[in-house]
Ligand binder design. Structure first.
Ligand code: F6R
Length: 605
């Protein structure tokens, strides 16, 4: 939430900051702003494009600066509330991501001292406090201020009195320093730095860094200098560009075959029916002995966890509970070392998931992660984990990361299962099927135009249902979430069998029902559910396997997907639902990459 970028070096900072803001825009797009000590400040409401229109590039020249794209928390999305904010004298300027919890008390204290505020933001409180403490040492001023603050922050501070110095601090909101040649970059997400450097250093909680063109120094909570090792990003610049697609979301859906392949690469041993997961290999002894696993995640990551539960329980006989991160904290207090906690997060920064992880650590659980962003806070804090290798996901709605999460769950289940007694032949079947998924995913994508026409047919629908059974219930939840997010349609994901226990009252000819009907043990029951739906005149869009007759004869539209083993089928059946959501959003004229009110990385609880 909120994107931050800073630069200090020898180039003109303006294009670097503006292009950085563009790539961070998925973190928030309520307003944007920029400050260059050599020029001044400029802010605009709405997307970064609006800010760009206000900037006269001939005049905006300076070798350092900070910029911000906002997801509003304190105060509406107005120009006054846009960052950067300054102290009373206009000397110190800051950009901030996070929430200052004792904002009200601090603000009252400042008001009592006669300090006036322009905005409603907690960030301005921080700026005013830093200004009060600032004599000649910006590090000291930031340090003193942060001791008064309760809450979370990713913070970049500069001053026109020391224009080439950026003071950077992090607590509960990510900040990464990019290392260049006689230049440094700062950002809330490493993807913004890819055009300039892949060599990055993540700040740990409580650290403050002094960043200058030639050097950076990091200090821990006690004020001692920390020696940091840099991480090399394995993403490429192409991965953060649209590459000829109209939207990132469409590009990322079409990356499905490549993403599954990348997730599997080097990890699958089909001949011996095993998987190899470098990040957790050394823990296999513990994993075999654990009695219970709790999986936590939010949104799509939570739904991936629901499917992970089926995989782990059925393949590895490991009892699993799945919890929404923000709901899970009380239960975790009861856990211990025979219980593992597996956190699932694309960004590795989701505040609710991070909190759950920390509770689990406190309770002595074995903590594991399935995380996409290398070096992110969750990745650093879990005892061990598996990276998705899905590449950067830019569209706000998760698509490719969800598929790779499911793929990692399959690898993990196979990994533990084979140690716990799954037979060679069962292992081989699963591993060989996994290896076929990239090609089968390509076949699903060939139907993009067909799915587009179905989405267009129902572009006036204001309400929808997604139905599945067993392994396809989480797929139904996820399909409904995608449609809510990018098409703003009230969509409910439901276990098909539950429909008749209440929600069927909502069905009529205006409510399309997307029915997931693979040819597994649920098929006949899904046929019955579909008949219940059509009896209420609701149109059915069925996702089923090739050469199906019964479901097809009952449905208004059919999407056929290739067959694989039942536990892996959801990886394929999720793809048409992603395309359906995308085209549903497009047919309603919506900005699918940046849906209203949302942000990609939710770093507030
Ligand atoms: C849905 C979506 C969100 C995220 C959720 C968790 O399309 O993107 O529901 O899945 O906010 O985010 P991560 O995985 O980054 O923890």
């Amino acid at each position: 939430m909120c994107g931050i970028i800073g630069y200090t070096g020898n180039r003109n900072a303006t294009p670097i900051l503006l292009s950085g803001l563009k790539s961070l825009e998925y973190r928030g797009y309520d307003s944007a702003g920029i400050y260059l000590p050599a020029v001044g400040v400029c802010k605009a409401v709405g997307p970064v494009e609006n800010l760009v229109e206000h900037i006269d590039v001939k005049k905006w020249k300076g070798t350092s600066g900070i910029a911000h794209t906002r997801w509003a928390t304190h105060g509406p999305p107005t120009e006054v509330n846009a960052h950067p904010h300054s102290d009373e004298r206009g000397t110190v300027w800051i950009v901030h991501n996070g929430i200052i919890e004792n904002n009200d008390a601090l603000r009252e204290g400042l008001l009592a001292r006669g300090i006036e505020f322009r905005s409603d933001t907690d960030t301005e409180v921080l700026a005013k406090l830093i200004g009060i403490h600032y004599q000649s040492d910006l590090y000291k001023a930031v340090n003193q201020t942060l001791r008064l603050v309760r809450g979370t922050y990713g913070l970049v501070v500069t001053s026109h009195e020391c224009p080439d110095t950026l003071l950077v601090a992090s607590l509960g909101s990510p900040i990464v320093i990019g290392i260049g040649n006689k230049e440094h970059f700062v950002a809330s997400d490493p993807s913004a730095l890819l055009p300039y450097t892949k060599d990055v250093v993540y700040l740990e909680d409580g650290e403050i860094a002094i960043v200058k063109p030639e050097s950076y120094q990091v200090f821990n909570k006690k004020g001692e200098e920390s020696k940091k090792t840099s991480t090399l990003l394995d993403w490429s610049v192409n991965e953060v560009q649209k590459d000829g697609f109209d939207h990132f979301m469409l590009k990322e859906i079409h990356e499905a075959p490549a993403v599954i392949e990348q997730t599997l690469r080097g990890r699958l041993l089909p001949e011996i029916g095993r998987s190899k997961l470098g990040g957790i290999d050394s823990l296999i002894g513990d994993l075999v002995n654990i009695k219970h696993m709790t999986i936590v995640g939010c949104g799509s990551a939570y739904y991936a966890g629901l499917l992970g539960k089926y995989m782990l329980e059925e393949c590895a006989s490991l009892p699993v509970t799945v919890e929404i991160s923000s709901e899970s904290r009380c239960q975790l207090m009861r856990e211990d070392s025979l219980n593992a906690l597996l956190v699932v997060s694309q960004s590795g920064e989701t505040a609710d998931t991070l909190s759950a992880l920390r509770r689990g650590k406190e309770a002595g659980m074995l903590t594991l992660g399935i995380v996409n962003v290398v070096g992110s806070t969750i990745a650093r804090e879990v005892r061990a984990g598996v990276y998705n290798h899905a590449g950067p996901e830019i569209a706000v709605a998760s698509t490719k990361a969800f598929l790779s999460q499911l793929t990692v769950f399959a690898l993990l289940s196979l990994f533990i299962a084979r140690e716990k007694g799954m037979s060679l032949s069962e292992g081989q079947i699963m591993a060989k099927e996994l290896a076929t998924l990239p090609e089968k995913a390509s076949k699903v994508l060939e139907q993009a135009d067909h799915i587009k026409s179905i989405a267009e047919m129902y572009s006036k629908a204001t309400s929808m249902f997604f139905l599945g059974r067993l392994y396809h219930t989480p797929v139904a939840y996820e399909g409904a979430l995608k449609v809510k997010e990018v098409a703003y349609v009230r969509a409910e994901g439901y276990p098909a069998g539950e429909l008749k226990h209440g929600p069927i009252a909502l069905l009529d000819e205006m409510v399309p029902v997307i029915a997931l009907a693979p040819k597994d043990e649920t098929y006949q029951k899904m046929c019955s559910s579909i008949k219940e739906v059509t009896a209420r005149k609701a149109p059915v869009i069925a996702v089923t396997q090739q050469n199906d007759r019964e479901v097809s004869s009952l449905s208004s539209a059919v999407i056929e997907i290739p067959e694989t083993i039942p536990l892996l089928q959801p990886i394929l059946s999720s793809i048409p639902l992603q395309l359906f959501a995308y085209y549903s959003g497009i047919s309603r004229g919506l900005n699918v990459d940046r849906p209203r009110n949302l942000a990609k990385s939710v770093t507030v609880e």
